[in-house]
Ligand binder design. Structure first.
Ligand SMILES: Cc1cc2nc3c(=O)[nH]c(=O)nc-3n(C[C@H](O)[C@H](O)[C@H](O)COP(=O)(O)O)c2cc1C
Length: 364
C-alpha cells in the first residue's frame, strides 16, 4: 500500500492505520472474509451479527455459537482490527454483546435503535472496564445528545466513538421517509451538529470521542471532505460489497454493477424503518400489495410484527446473499449505481488512499 496522508483513527483502546471503517452488513454480507481483508489493509473490518445463524441453515447450533465461530475465524485470518455490528432491534442483542465482550472484540457498533440502557447481563462495570469499545450509530444530534446524557447520568461513561449516518446510506435508515431527501438532513449538515453535541462530554471526561461519518461516502475526495468537516473517520458499506472478498454470492455483487440510479429505491422495511435497496421482483410484488406468506419460527427482530409484515426480511436478505435476487433483495447505498466492477479490498483501499493524497498534495 502506498504512503497515506490520511490520519489514523483511534477508538478508545485501538488505533487503526487508516480512518476507514467497513460498515457491518447483514444478513451474512460482511463476515470473516471481508472483515479480515479490510483489517489487513489497515482499516477496521466489521462482521454483521444480524441473523448470522442463516449462514449455516442446516446447523442446530445457536446464533451465538455461530457468531463465536465467525469471530474466532476472523482472528485467525488477521492481526488487524475488526469489530461487530449488532442491531439493537434483534432479539439476540444481549447474547451477541456478551459474546463480543467475552471474545474481546475490539469494537462493537450498535445500529438500528437508540442504545440508552446498557443491558444488565453486561453490567456497567464490565462495560466501563472491558476491552470492547462501544460505538452507537445515530442519525441526528438529538440522538447523540440523548445517549451521551443518559450514559453520563446513569453510568458515568461516554461512548468510545459515535457514527453519524446520513440518508444516502445503504440498508436501514434512521430517518422518516419524508426527511430522506430533505437537504436539512444531509450528512454535511448533520456531522457538525453531532460534533457540537459531543464536545461538552469530551471536555467533562477529558477524552476524545471520535465522530465517524457514514452514508454515501464513495471516494477518497469524499473521505477528505468529511475529515475537513471534523470527522475522525468514515464508515463505508456500499463500496465494500463490490469487492472479491465480500461474503455474498457473485450475483449479489453483479446486481451492484448492473444497477442504474433508478433501480435504487426506498422501501418500508418490516424492521419499522425505511431502507434503501436495489429494486427486485420481491420488492415490486410487495409494493403492489402481494403478501408473501411468513413462516416465522423465531422472532429474530423485536420490532417485526409477524401478523402485518408482508414478507420475512431475514429470509429475503438471506436469499439475496445466496444469489436469489428474485425472492430477495440487496440493500445498497445511493451511490451503488456508480460501481462498474468488482475489485479486491486491497485495490479499493489503495484507490481511496491515492484519491485522498491527491487532494492533500495535488502535485505528488
Ligand atoms: C448490503 C448492506 C447491508 C447492511 N446491513 C446493515 C446491518 O445489518 N446493520 C447495520 O447497522 N447497518 C447495515 N448497513 C449499513 C452499513 O453498515 C453502513 O453504515 C452503510 O452502508 C454506509 O453507507 P454507504 O453504503 O453509502 O457506504 C448495511 C448496508 C448495506 C449496503
Amino acid at each position: 500500500m502506498m504512503e497515506s496522508t490520511m490520519p489514523q483513527l483511534e477508538i478508545g483502546s485501538v488505533k487503526a492505520k487508516l480512518p476507514i471503517v467497513q460498515g457491518g452488513m447483514g444478513v451474512g454480507v460482511s463476515l470473516s472474509r471481508l472483515a479480515s481483508a479490510v483489517a489487513d489493509e489497515g482499516g477496521i473490518g466489521v462482521i454483521s451479527t444480524a441473523a448470522i445463524g442463516r449462514i449455516k441453515p442446516d446447523s442446530d447450533e445457536s446464533d451465538s455459537t455461530i457468531l463465536r465461530e465467525v469471530i474466532r475465524k476472523t482472528k485467525a485470518l488477521t492481526r488487524g482490527i475488526f469489530g461487530l455490528n449488532i442491531m439493537m432491534a434483534i432479539s439476540d442483542f444481549n447474547e451477541h454483546l456478551k459474546v463480543a465482550i467475552e471474545e474481546k472484540v475490539a469494537v462493537v457498533f450498535l445500529g438500528a435503535g437508540l442504545p440508552l440502557r446498557i443491558p444488565e447481563i453486561i453490567s456497567v462495570d464490565r462495560a466501563r472496564n472491558c476491552f470492547t469499545n462501544l460505538v452507537p450509530k445515530i442519525s441526528s444530534s438529538r440522538a447523540a445528545q440523548a445517549i451521551c446524557k443518559f450514559w453520563d447520568r446513569h453510568y458515568s461513561i461516554t461512548p468510545d466513538a459515535v457514527v453519524v449516518e446520513g440518508p444516502r446510506a445503504g440498508g436501514h435508515l434512521g430517518f422518516r421517509m419524508e426527511d430522506i431527501n430533505n437537504p436539512e438532513f444531509r450528512l454535511e449538515v448533520l456531522l457538525p451538529e453531532v460534533i457540537k453535541e459531543i464536545v461538552p462530554y469530551e471536555q467533562k471526561y477529558g477524552r476524545s470521542i471520535p465522530v465517524i461519518a457514514a452514508g454515501g461516502i464513495y471516494s477518497g475526495e469524499d473521505i477528505h471532505k468529511f475529515i475537513e468537516l471534523g470527522a475522525k473517520g468514515v464508515k463505508m458499506g456500499t463500496r465494500f460489497v463490490a469487492t472479491n472478498e465480500c461474503d455474498v454470492d457473485s450475483k449479489f455483487k453483479q446486481a451492484y454493477v448492473d444497477c442504474s440510479e433508478e433501480d435504487l429505491i426506498l422501501i418500508n422495511s418490516p424492521v419499522g424503518l425505511p431502507g434503501r435497496a436495489i429494486k427486485s421482483k420481491l420488492l415490486t410484488d410487495v409494493s403492489r400489495g402481494i403478501i408473501k406468506p411468513i413462516n416465522c419460527l423465531w422472532k429474530c427482530l423485536k420490532t417485526c410484527d409477524r401478523r402485518k409484515a408482508p414478507y420475512c426480511i431475514a429470509e429475503a436478505l438471506s436469499n439475496a446473499r445466496n444469489g436469489d435476487l428474485v425472492n430477495g433483495f440487496a440493500f445498497a447505498g445511493a451511490n451503488a449505481f456508480r460501481i462498474k466492477e468488482i475489485i479486491s479490498v486491497k485495490e479499493l483501499m489503495s484507490t481511496l488512499v491515492e484519491e485522498f493524497n491527491l487532494v492533500t498534495s495535488p502535485t505528488a
